[in-house]
Ligand binder design. Structure first.
Ligand code: EPZ
Length: 420
């Protein structure tokens, strides 16, 4: 297994190019199951989760041809509708194939994703909505067995909770359903918006894109012709590097980024003392001299994203004062706390709320990544720790960050990938 050896740095300098968004790529790859044509996807990030989903599609019979940061996906040859446990267990977002496979083939078996470090991550809302659309769903031997005896029918779906992949799954199912589906309490994340925009450009009329109420006019089973598209920039990758600049008090410029997707993150960094120069597709961060403490509550987009919580906790260890961080979406997304405490952070937990007292002098040591965003928080802490930090189990990091150590090394970080 690989690990990252890092040294604390005085500061960073230069530009970082942001890759395509992992969480936009995953539903958009699943969406190719609805296509009658070969689909050309540009700006794919080189991350493990994308490879996992493309492997899943290949196992179903699709053809995926990679050309650097783009892929051409041909799903016309799919001849199998079973997503097996060996793949689904490595990436729970595999559940995103359920809606499209069911809509196109009328039957589908998807392994239940199983547990995850950050929480139980149920999919009850996905299944309930598909049943409302006419699906018959049974859980047998760890698999979701779904059929549509009379096809999927459009209807009124009201999500009890806002669910990102739940919204994506139902949008894709509704795209081929008979009639009109409305989704109330839909997720508004930019990744869901891009899925709707691409489907709309493919002839699936969708109203309310970007709002909490989506109206999807299904094709009644007719496959769609999906035009070439470019994955939007990864706002969480961008937010992570903004935190790297803030924690090391460095001026960095991020390119190929969408500032509009980072409103809540930029606002919190400003509260902590940073300022910004924003362009159409770049952000330059001007760091605070002294980092101020902050209060953060994670909520659905456009509020502060849960996927940035761990990174801001690392940053808060360097603030002069007490920060409060409340995690409202997942029940166990504080796995990074114990590792940060081992580096010298002063953090106390009370249920879903962390109290971070700064400024703490962090010391390098051996730490272990536990989940994707926790891993990036450990990298940020390592950048301002005295001495050497070795971050183990970075396969978590590789799931969602494209060449993280190379991008940081490119702006002056002392970081290298070694074999255990
Ligand atoms: C997506 O996960 C993202 N993953 C996550 O990013 C992100 O943290 C999460 O949205 C929240 O923004 C992808 O897009 C691939 P949810 P998802 O369904 O869709 C509950 C990362 O780091 N819920 O929006 O699985 C659920 O338990 C990953 O890139 C139900 O109760 O999250 C959670 O409390 C981590 N029943 C809340 O809703 C359901 O059927 C939000 O979950 C579905 C969800």
């Amino acid at each position: 297994m690989d690990y990252l050896k890092t040294q604390g740095v005085k500061s960073l300098k230069g530009n970082i190019r942001i890759s395509g968004a992992k969480n936009a790529s995953l539903p958009l790859i699943a969406m190719t199951i609805l296509a009658k044509n070969k689909v050309n996807i540009k700006n794919l990030p080189h991350v493990a989760d994308i490879n996992t989903l493309l492997k899943l599609l290949s196992n179903l019979g699709a053809e995926c041809n990679f050309l650097d940061d783009r892929v051409i996906v041909d799903t016309t040859s799919i001849n199998n509708t079973k997503a097996t446990y060996d793949i689904v267990k490595t990436m729970r977002a595999s559940i995103l194939v359920l809606g499209p496979i069911l809509a196109r083939f009328g039957h589908c078996e998807v392994s239940l994703p199983g547990g995850c470090a950050i929480g139980q991550r149920p999919i009850d809302l996905h299944l309930k909505a598909l049943e409302q659309m006419g699906a018959k769903i049974e859980i047998k031997a760890g698999y979701i067995e779904a059929t549509t005896p009379n096809g999927l029918k459009g209807c009124e779906i009201i999500f009890d909770k806002i669910t990102v992949t739940g919204t994506a799954n139902i949008v894709m199912a509704a795209a081929l359903a008979e009639g009109v589906t409305t989704i109330t309490n839909a997720a508004r994340e930019p990744e869901v918006v891009q899925l709707c925009e691409v489907l709309d450009a493919s002839g699936v009329k969708i109203k309310g894109i970007g709002t909490a109420i989506l109206t999807i006019h299904g094709t009644g089973g007719e496959l769609v012709d999906i035009p070439e598209f470019t994955i939007i920039p990864d706002r969480i990758e961008a937010g992570t590097y903004l935190c790297a600049a803030a924690i090391t008090k460095s001026e960095l410029t991020l390119t190929h980024v969408e500032p509009k997707h980072l409103g809540a993150v930029l606002a919190k960094l400003e509260e902590m003392g940073s300022s910004f120069t924003l362009g159409k597709d770049f952000i330059t961060i001007h760091p605070a001299k002294d980092i101020k403490p902050v209060k953060i509550i994670t909520q659905e987009y456009p509020a502060f994203p849960t996927d940035m919580q761990a990174q801001f906790m690392a940053l808060a260890t360097q603030a002069d004062g007490v920060s409060i961080i409340e995690e409202r979406l997942f029940e166990n997304r504080f796995m990074h706390v114990s590792e940060l405490q081992r580096m010298g952070a002063d953090i106390s937990l009370n249920g879903h709320t962390a109290t971070v007292s700064g400024k703490a002098q962090l010391s390098g040591t051996d730490v272990m990544a536990t989940d994707l965003r926790a891993s990036s928080a450990l990298v940020l802490a390592a950048l301002v720790s005295e001495g050497e930090t070795n971050i183990h189990r970075i396969y978590h990091l590789d799931r969602g960050y494209d060449s993280l150590e190379k991008k940081l090394e490119g702006v002056g970080a002392k970081i290298e990938r070694l074999k255990e």
